[in-house]
Design a protein around this ligand. Structure first.
Ligand code: GDP
Ligand code: ADP
Length: 215
Protein backbone atom coordinates (compact mmCIF):
# COMPACT_ATOMS: atom_id res chain seq x y z
CA UNK A 1 0.00 0.00 0.00
CA UNK A 2 1.36 3.43 -0.95
CA UNK A 3 2.25 5.96 1.73
CA UNK A 4 -0.79 8.26 1.82
CA UNK A 5 1.18 11.30 3.03
CA UNK A 6 1.96 12.03 -0.64
CA UNK A 7 -0.48 11.94 -3.47
CA UNK A 8 1.47 12.73 -6.62
CA UNK A 9 -1.78 13.37 -8.57
CA UNK A 10 -2.60 16.35 -6.37
CA UNK A 11 0.73 18.13 -6.66
CA UNK A 12 0.49 21.75 -7.64
CA UNK A 13 1.19 22.80 -11.21
CA UNK A 14 0.89 26.07 -13.11
CA UNK A 15 -2.22 26.38 -15.25
CA UNK A 16 -1.99 26.72 -19.00
CA UNK A 17 -3.48 28.90 -21.69
CA UNK A 18 -4.85 26.47 -24.26
CA UNK A 19 -5.56 28.18 -27.59
CA UNK A 20 -7.70 26.77 -30.39
CA UNK A 21 -7.62 28.65 -33.70
CA UNK A 22 -8.86 27.82 -37.18
CA UNK A 23 -10.41 29.44 -40.20
CA UNK A 24 -14.06 30.21 -39.59
CA UNK A 25 -16.16 27.06 -39.95
CA UNK A 26 -13.38 24.50 -39.41
CA UNK A 27 -14.89 23.46 -36.09
CA UNK A 28 -13.07 25.15 -33.21
CA UNK A 29 -16.28 26.17 -31.41
CA UNK A 30 -17.56 22.59 -31.65
CA UNK A 31 -14.29 21.15 -30.33
CA UNK A 32 -14.16 23.81 -27.57
CA UNK A 33 -17.65 22.86 -26.37
CA UNK A 34 -16.75 19.15 -26.36
CA UNK A 35 -13.62 19.88 -24.34
CA UNK A 36 -15.48 22.05 -21.81
CA UNK A 37 -18.09 19.32 -21.35
CA UNK A 38 -15.52 16.56 -20.94
CA UNK A 39 -12.97 18.32 -18.76
CA UNK A 40 -13.93 20.27 -15.67
CA UNK A 41 -10.38 21.49 -15.03
CA UNK A 42 -10.47 23.93 -17.94
CA UNK A 43 -12.69 26.94 -18.34
CA UNK A 44 -13.41 29.18 -21.28
CA UNK A 45 -11.96 32.64 -21.48
CA UNK A 46 -15.06 34.49 -22.67
CA UNK A 47 -14.12 37.19 -25.17
CA UNK A 48 -15.81 40.51 -25.71
CA UNK A 49 -16.92 41.28 -29.27
CA UNK A 50 -18.66 44.02 -31.22
CA UNK A 51 -20.10 41.50 -33.71
CA UNK A 52 -23.86 40.84 -33.56
CA UNK A 53 -25.06 37.87 -31.52
CA UNK A 54 -25.97 34.75 -33.50
CA UNK A 55 -29.16 32.93 -32.61
CA UNK A 56 -28.44 30.47 -29.83
CA UNK A 57 -25.49 32.46 -28.50
CA UNK A 58 -25.73 33.65 -24.91
CA UNK A 59 -24.24 36.89 -23.56
CA UNK A 60 -21.57 36.09 -20.97
CA UNK A 61 -21.36 32.44 -22.06
CA UNK A 62 -20.27 32.53 -25.72
CA UNK A 63 -19.16 36.16 -25.79
CA UNK A 64 -19.75 39.43 -24.02
CA UNK A 65 -21.60 41.25 -26.82
CA UNK A 66 -20.75 44.93 -26.48
CA UNK A 67 -21.21 48.04 -28.62
CA UNK A 68 -18.34 50.09 -30.07
CA UNK A 69 -18.42 52.68 -27.28
CA UNK A 70 -18.16 50.01 -24.58
CA UNK A 71 -15.32 48.28 -26.44
CA UNK A 72 -13.48 51.66 -26.77
CA UNK A 73 -13.85 52.18 -23.02
CA UNK A 74 -12.51 48.71 -22.25
CA UNK A 75 -9.47 49.41 -24.45
CA UNK A 76 -8.90 52.80 -22.78
CA UNK A 77 -9.12 51.27 -19.32
CA UNK A 78 -6.59 48.59 -20.28
CA UNK A 79 -9.06 45.78 -19.61
CA UNK A 80 -7.85 43.50 -22.42
CA UNK A 81 -5.08 40.94 -22.38
CA UNK A 82 -5.15 41.22 -26.17
CA UNK A 83 -7.60 42.38 -28.82
CA UNK A 84 -7.81 42.41 -32.62
CA UNK A 85 -9.91 43.36 -35.65
CA UNK A 86 -11.48 40.27 -37.25
CA UNK A 87 -14.05 40.29 -40.07
CA UNK A 88 -14.81 44.00 -39.60
CA UNK A 89 -15.51 43.67 -35.88
CA UNK A 90 -13.36 43.82 -32.76
CA UNK A 91 -12.71 40.89 -30.45
CA UNK A 92 -10.77 40.95 -27.18
CA UNK A 93 -9.75 38.78 -24.24
CA UNK A 94 -10.67 40.44 -20.95
CA UNK A 95 -7.90 40.17 -18.37
CA UNK A 96 -10.34 38.92 -15.75
CA UNK A 97 -8.76 36.45 -13.39
CA UNK A 98 -6.37 34.83 -15.85
CA UNK A 99 -2.99 35.63 -14.28
CA UNK A 100 -4.12 34.73 -10.76
CA UNK A 101 -5.88 31.59 -12.04
CA UNK A 102 -2.77 30.36 -13.85
CA UNK A 103 -0.70 30.68 -10.68
CA UNK A 104 -3.32 28.66 -8.82
CA UNK A 105 -3.23 25.91 -11.45
CA UNK A 106 -6.36 26.78 -13.45
CA UNK A 107 -6.39 26.10 -17.18
CA UNK A 108 -8.05 28.50 -19.63
CA UNK A 109 -9.37 27.75 -23.10
CA UNK A 110 -9.09 30.49 -25.73
CA UNK A 111 -11.01 30.49 -29.02
CA UNK A 112 -9.02 33.32 -30.60
CA UNK A 113 -7.40 34.04 -33.97
CA UNK A 114 -3.72 34.12 -34.98
CA UNK A 115 -3.37 37.80 -34.00
CA UNK A 116 -4.52 37.10 -30.47
CA UNK A 117 -2.30 34.01 -30.34
CA UNK A 118 0.77 36.07 -31.27
CA UNK A 119 -0.07 38.62 -28.58
CA UNK A 120 -0.49 35.95 -25.89
CA UNK A 121 2.86 34.41 -26.87
CA UNK A 122 4.54 37.81 -26.55
CA UNK A 123 3.05 38.34 -23.08
CA UNK A 124 3.30 34.90 -21.57
CA UNK A 125 5.22 32.34 -23.61
CA UNK A 126 5.67 29.71 -20.90
CA UNK A 127 1.96 29.18 -20.24
CA UNK A 128 0.67 29.10 -23.83
CA UNK A 129 -0.14 25.92 -25.76
CA UNK A 130 -1.59 26.54 -29.21
CA UNK A 131 -3.49 24.22 -31.54
CA UNK A 132 -4.48 25.04 -35.11
CA UNK A 133 -7.46 23.18 -36.54
CA UNK A 134 -7.51 22.64 -40.29
CA UNK A 135 -10.56 21.72 -42.37
CA UNK A 136 -10.17 18.61 -44.59
CA UNK A 137 -10.72 20.79 -47.72
CA UNK A 138 -11.98 24.23 -48.78
CA UNK A 139 -15.26 22.90 -50.28
CA UNK A 140 -15.94 21.13 -46.98
CA UNK A 141 -15.19 24.37 -45.11
CA UNK A 142 -17.81 26.19 -47.21
CA UNK A 143 -20.27 23.35 -46.67
CA UNK A 144 -19.83 23.67 -42.88
CA UNK A 145 -20.30 27.44 -42.95
CA UNK A 146 -23.47 26.96 -44.99
CA UNK A 147 -24.78 24.13 -42.83
CA UNK A 148 -24.23 26.20 -39.67
CA UNK A 149 -26.81 28.53 -41.26
CA UNK A 150 -25.88 31.47 -39.04
CA UNK A 151 -24.35 33.86 -41.55
CA UNK A 152 -25.59 35.53 -44.72
CA UNK A 153 -24.20 34.48 -48.14
CA UNK A 154 -22.03 37.65 -48.17
CA UNK A 155 -20.60 36.92 -44.72
CA UNK A 156 -19.87 33.31 -45.76
CA UNK A 157 -18.09 34.55 -48.91
CA UNK A 158 -16.05 36.99 -46.82
CA UNK A 159 -15.09 34.22 -44.38
CA UNK A 160 -14.08 31.93 -47.27
CA UNK A 161 -11.98 34.77 -48.74
CA UNK A 162 -10.17 35.10 -45.40
CA UNK A 163 -9.64 31.35 -44.94
CA UNK A 164 -6.43 31.06 -47.02
CA UNK A 165 -4.87 33.99 -45.17
CA UNK A 166 -5.71 32.45 -41.80
CA UNK A 167 -4.46 29.01 -42.79
CA UNK A 168 -1.15 30.63 -43.78
CA UNK A 169 -0.46 31.07 -40.03
CA UNK A 170 -0.60 27.35 -39.31
CA UNK A 171 3.16 27.02 -38.80
CA UNK A 172 3.09 29.49 -35.87
CA UNK A 173 1.21 26.92 -33.76
CA UNK A 174 2.57 24.17 -31.48
CA UNK A 175 0.13 21.56 -32.81
CA UNK A 176 -1.93 21.14 -35.98
CA UNK A 177 -4.95 18.82 -36.18
CA UNK A 178 -7.21 18.15 -39.18
CA UNK A 179 -10.89 18.15 -38.27
CA UNK A 180 -12.24 15.49 -40.61
CA UNK A 181 -14.11 13.25 -38.17
CA UNK A 182 -15.14 15.47 -35.26
CA UNK A 183 -14.82 12.75 -32.58
CA UNK A 184 -11.32 11.81 -33.71
CA UNK A 185 -10.30 15.45 -33.79
CA UNK A 186 -11.66 15.98 -30.27
CA UNK A 187 -9.71 12.99 -28.92
CA UNK A 188 -6.48 14.36 -30.43
CA UNK A 189 -7.05 17.81 -28.95
CA UNK A 190 -7.82 16.32 -25.53
CA UNK A 191 -4.66 14.20 -25.68
CA UNK A 192 -2.61 17.32 -26.38
CA UNK A 193 -4.14 19.02 -23.33
CA UNK A 194 -3.48 16.00 -21.10
CA UNK A 195 0.14 15.68 -22.23
CA UNK A 196 0.83 19.39 -21.84
CA UNK A 197 -0.44 19.31 -18.26
CA UNK A 198 2.32 16.84 -17.46
CA UNK A 199 5.12 18.99 -18.86
CA UNK A 200 7.91 19.02 -16.28
CA UNK A 201 8.19 22.82 -16.28
CA UNK A 202 4.52 23.16 -15.32
CA UNK A 203 4.69 20.70 -12.44
CA UNK A 204 6.23 23.07 -9.91
CA UNK A 205 4.93 20.93 -7.04
CA UNK A 206 7.22 18.10 -8.15
CA UNK A 207 10.38 19.77 -6.88
CA UNK A 208 9.93 19.05 -3.13
CA UNK A 209 8.32 15.70 -3.98
CA UNK A 210 11.32 14.52 -6.00
CA UNK A 211 13.72 15.99 -3.44
CA UNK A 212 12.12 13.80 -0.81
CA UNK A 213 12.24 10.74 -3.08
CA UNK A 214 15.95 11.22 -3.75
CA UNK A 215 17.12 12.11 -0.23
N1 GDP B 1 -7.74 37.97 -31.20
C1 GDP B 1 -8.93 37.52 -30.82
N2 GDP B 1 -9.67 36.78 -31.67
C2 GDP B 1 -10.86 36.33 -31.23
C3 GDP B 1 -11.33 36.57 -29.92
N3 GDP B 1 -12.54 35.97 -29.79
C4 GDP B 1 -12.80 35.36 -30.96
N4 GDP B 1 -11.80 35.57 -31.83
C5 GDP B 1 -11.67 35.07 -33.20
O1 GDP B 1 -12.47 35.82 -34.07
C6 GDP B 1 -12.83 35.02 -35.19
C7 GDP B 1 -14.31 35.14 -35.50
O2 GDP B 1 -15.04 34.53 -34.48
P1 GDP B 1 -16.61 34.32 -34.64
O3 GDP B 1 -17.24 35.60 -35.14
O4 GDP B 1 -17.14 33.74 -33.37
O5 GDP B 1 -16.73 33.31 -35.85
P2 GDP B 1 -16.34 31.76 -36.02
O6 GDP B 1 -14.84 31.65 -36.08
O7 GDP B 1 -16.98 31.40 -37.30
O8 GDP B 1 -16.92 31.03 -34.85
C8 GDP B 1 -12.38 33.60 -34.85
O9 GDP B 1 -11.15 33.35 -35.52
C9 GDP B 1 -12.18 33.65 -33.36
O10 GDP B 1 -11.22 32.70 -32.93
C10 GDP B 1 -10.51 37.35 -29.04
O11 GDP B 1 -10.84 37.63 -27.89
N5 GDP B 1 -9.33 37.78 -29.54
N1 ADP C 1 -15.80 17.22 -38.29
C1 ADP C 1 -16.92 17.81 -38.68
N2 ADP C 1 -17.67 17.26 -39.65
C2 ADP C 1 -18.81 17.86 -40.08
N3 ADP C 1 -19.31 19.01 -39.57
C3 ADP C 1 -18.60 19.62 -38.60
C4 ADP C 1 -17.37 19.06 -38.10
N4 ADP C 1 -16.90 19.89 -37.13
C5 ADP C 1 -17.76 20.91 -37.04
N5 ADP C 1 -18.79 20.76 -37.90
C6 ADP C 1 -19.93 21.66 -38.13
O1 ADP C 1 -19.43 22.74 -38.94
C7 ADP C 1 -20.05 23.98 -38.56
C8 ADP C 1 -18.94 24.98 -38.14
O2 ADP C 1 -18.36 24.53 -36.93
P1 ADP C 1 -17.96 25.56 -35.77
O3 ADP C 1 -17.55 24.75 -34.61
O4 ADP C 1 -19.04 26.57 -35.58
O5 ADP C 1 -16.68 26.26 -36.46
P2 ADP C 1 -15.79 27.52 -36.04
O6 ADP C 1 -16.03 27.78 -34.59
O7 ADP C 1 -14.39 27.12 -36.34
O8 ADP C 1 -16.26 28.66 -36.91
C9 ADP C 1 -21.00 23.66 -37.43
O9 ADP C 1 -22.32 23.52 -37.98
C10 ADP C 1 -20.51 22.31 -36.89
O10 ADP C 1 -21.54 21.55 -36.33
Amino acid sequence: MADSTHNSDKLHRRGLMFILSSPSGAGKTTISHMLLMADDEIRLSVSATTRPRRSGEVHGVDYFFVDDTTFDKMVEQDEFYEWAHVFGHRYGTPKGAIRKGLKEGEDFLFDIDWQGTQQLYQKDQQDVVSVFILPPSLPELRRRLESRAQDSAEVIDARMDRARGEISHWAEYDYVVINDDVDECFVKVREILHAERMRRTRQTGLIPFVRELTQ
